[in-house]
Ligand binder design. Structure first.
Ligand code: AVJ
Length: 342
């Protein structure tokens, strides 16, 4: 009768250990794969979050300006969906919540009753955000969650019924391929109630040079942002990457419809990572894939909404039609069309 088993409850672990464990495991797996890859979610350490803020300030990185315009000028259209009853405002990948601030201010002005639940993978970004919220919106109940998207979903336990407004801005969904976006949105659909509202930012397919310039910016911020991933491995896993021996490269893949980012080894080299007790061999010009930034057609958005159980209520475009904030409602009434197997 000595045998027993334990169900490992992740909540019992120190979350910092858990994150670090995940990081070293993911680096080991990613650099052992062919082609080599590192996941873009690891960009956002303290320095990475700051670099991303700097990227958002660049005019070449048009996405942020477009969405800022959309939210500033069309906030009433989102407000009209929420007027009437108290709700939770849940935001995935909140970051510094610059665009969301406009909505928060407006909703307060209009006397809406809501609480704010920002979710972000970066603890540094979250603590800065919480500080900002206390300063700018002292009366607003804000409960941040430090988690990645899929884990964040699990935290949103509907204890008591409340309407939800879920924000997924900035084309953050664009880091997911089709399978993962469908999975994420369908899981989201599962935890939400009929009639809940979701606002998703999509960067639209457009002139290829314009899209390329957003990732090959003239100040080299995006390159720094990517190279910081190697710096993070050096710092957190005691790696020996020489950042001078890698360059950033971003291209638009016409087949996948994504800007795909890489760190390319400039020479044949071997890099030791102490915490993994292993060296990794790079050929000259061998790439590490770091990020997908998918771009969309309106028809892609329609298909995604339909397949995951949502109805498109409004498409909010910027004046140049580079970007869209798509306003969806959860549809649990009419049977969805998943059966036709497209
Ligand atoms: C935050 C994922 C929307 O993919 O455009 C910016 C991140 N990468 N520049 C994007 C990013 C390079 C960004 N997202």
């Amino acid at each position: 009768m000595g045998a027993t088993y334990h169900v490992l409850n992740f909540k019992d672990l120190n979350p910092a250990d858990l994150l670090e464990h995940d990081f070293s495991t993911d680096v080991l797996i990613g650099l052992s794969q062919m082609p080599k890859q590192l996941a873009s979610k690891y960009f956002y350490d303290k320095k990475g979050s700051r670099l991303f803020q700097e990227i958002m300030e660049l005019s070449e990185y048009y996405l942020t300006g477009c969405e800022f315009e959309i939210i500033s000028e069309q906030k009433e259209k989102i407000y009209l969906e929420m007027a009437g009853e108290p709700f939770n405002l849940v935001e995935f990948g909140a970051g510094d919540a610059r665009k969301t601030n406009i909505l928060l201010e407006y909703f307060q002005e209009k006397g809406l009753e809501f609480q704010y639940i920002p979710i972000d993978i970066s603890e540094e970004a979250m603590s800065a955000l919480i500080e900002l919220m206390n300063r700018k919106f002292p009366k607003l109940k804000t409960e941040g969650i430090v988690a990645e998207y899929f884990d964040g979903l699990k935290c949103l336990n509907n204890t008591e019924y409340r309407k939800n407004l879920v924000l997924f801005l900035g084309s953050n969904l664009g880091n997911f391929d089709k399978a993962h976006s469908r999975a994420f949105l369908h899981n989201l659909w599962n935890i939400l109630n009929n009639g809940d509202i979701v606002v998703i930012g999509f960067d639209l397919k457009k002139d290829i040079d314009l899209m390329l310039k957003a990732y090959n910016d003239s100040k080299g911020k995006t390159a720094e942002f990517n190279l910081n991933l190697l710096r993070r491995i050096n710092r957190e896993l005691n790696g020996k990457f020489d950042l001078e021996k890698f360059r950033f490269y971003a291209g638009y893949d016409v087949f996948s419809g994504a800007i795909e980012s890489y760190l390319v080894s400039l020479e044949q080299q071997q890099v030791f990572i102490e915490k993994i007790s292993q060296s990794f061999i790079f050929d000259a010009w061998e790439p590490i894939h770091t990020e997908y930034s998918y771009k969309y057609l309106e028809s892609d958005i329609e298909e995604l909404a339909e397949r995951t159980g949502f109805l498109i209520k409004k498409q909010l475009y910027d004046s140049r039609k580079y970007f869209v904030d798509s306003v969806w409602s959860v549809n649990k009434q009419s049977p969805n069309t998943l059966e036709d197997g497209r």
